[in-house]
Design a protein around this ligand. Structure first.
Ligand SMILES: NC(=O)c1ccc[n+]([C@@H]2O[C@H](COP(=O)([O-])OP(=O)(O)OC[C@H]3O[C@@H](n4cnc5c(N)ncnc54)[C@H](O)[C@@H]3O)[C@@H](O)[C@H]2O)c1
Length: 242
C-alpha cells in the first residue's frame, strides 16, 4: 500500500505511541486524523505543521462519545478512511484480589469494547470501498499476562482473538486486521513506574533498553505497506518474551 493520500485515523494520538504514529504517517505522506480528549496542544500543532501534515483533529472522549457519530465525523474529514489504529488505552493496575469491578470494567471498555465498536462502524464503511486496514494496539501482557494487570491482560488478549476472527471475516472484502504487541515502550504509560521497577524490567530485556515510540510507529507503517499480512500480532519488545 502506498501511503501517499491514504487516510489514517488514530485514536488517542495526542501523546505517546499514537502521537508518534500520527507524525510518522504524516511523514509518509498520509492524511492523518488525530483524536484526543482535550484541545489540540500548541506544541503538537506546531510539530504537525513542521511536517507539512494534512491533518484533522477530532476532540472526543471515546468513553463518552457516540462512536457511530465519531466514525461518521472521521470519515467525513477526507471522504474516506483507509487505516484505523485502535490505539487509545488505559491501565488501572491492582492485584486481582483487590481489583474492583469498576477497575475491570473501565479498562475492558476503553481497551477492548471501544475498539470493537469502532472497528464495526469502520468495517461497515470500508466494506463499500472494498479495502482497508485496522491495527489494534495489544500488548505482550495480552500474550503472557502480568501481575497487577489482570484487567489490562484480559482486554489485550481479547484484542488478539478479536483481530484474528475479524481478519478472517473481513478478508473477503480485502480489509486486513492486525495487532501490534509492544513490550515496554518509553511513554507516559510507563513513566509512572518507579526507577527500581524500570531497572528490573530492563534487566529482563535482551536488547537492554525500553523501546521507543518510533519503533512502534514504524511497525504500523510496515503493516500498512504489506498487503499480504492479516490476522497477525507483531511483537515489538526487544526480545523480552523470547
Ligand atoms: N507504553 C507501553 O509500554 C505499551 C506497551 C504495550 C501496549 N501499549 C499500548 O499502546 C497504546 C498507546 O499507549 P501509550 O504508551 O502511548 O499510552 P499513553 O498513556 O501515553 O497514551 C494513551 C492515549 O490514549 C488516550 N486516551 C485514554 N483514554 C481515552 C479516552 N477515553 N478517549 C480518547 N483517548 C483516550 C490518551 O489521551 C493518550 O493519548 C495503548 O493501547 C497501550 O495499551 C503501550
Amino acid at each position: 500500500m502506498i501511503l501517499k493520500d491514504m487516510v489514517v485515523l488514530i485514536t488517542g494520538s495526542t501523546r505517546g505511541i499514537g502521537r508518534e504514529m500520527a507524525l510518522e504517517f504524516a511523514r509518509e505522506g498520509a492524511k492523518v486524523i488525530l483524536n484526543g480528549r482535550h484541545d489540540l496542544a500548541n506544541d503538537l500543532k506546531e510539530q504537525l505543521e513542521q511536517e507539512n501534515a494534512d491533518y484533522r483533529y477530532l476532540q472526543a472522549d471515546l468513553a463518552e462519545t457516540n462512536l457511530k457519530e465519531f466514525v461518521t465525523d472521521a470519515w467525513n474529514c477526507f471522504g474516506k478512511i483507509d487505516i484505523l489504529v485502535n490505539n487509545a488505552g488505559i491501565t488501572k493496575d491492582k492485584m486481582f484480589i483487590s481489583m474492583k469491578e469498576a477497575d475491570f470494567d473501565q479498562v475492558i471498555n476503553l481497551d477492548l469494547k471501544i475498539p470493537f465498536f469502532l472497528s464495526k462502524e469502520m468495517i461497515r464503511k470500508m466494506n463499500r470501498q472494498k479495502s482497508g486496514l485496522i491495527i489494534n494496539m495489544s500488548s505482550i501482557v495480552g500474550l503472557h499476562g502480568n501481575m497487577g494487570q489482570s484487567n489490562y491482560a484480559t482486554a489485550k488478549a481479547g484484542l488478539i482473538g478479536f483481530t484474528k476472527s475479524v481478519a478472517k471475516e473481513a478478508a473477503l472484502r480485502h480489509i486486513r486486521v492486525n495487532a501490534i504487541a509492544p513490550g515496554m515502550i518509553d511513554t507516559d504509560m510507563t513513566e509512572n513506574l518507579s526507577d527500581r521497577v524500570k531497572e528490573n524490567i530492563v534487566k529482563q530485556i535482551p536488547l537492554g533498553r525500553l523501546g521507543e515510540t518510533n519503533e512502534i510507529a514504524r511497525t504500523a507503517i510496515f503493516l500498512a505497506q504489506n498487503d499480504y499480512i492479516t490476522g497477525q500480532t507483531i511483537v515489538v519488545d526487544g526480545g523480552m518474551t523470547i
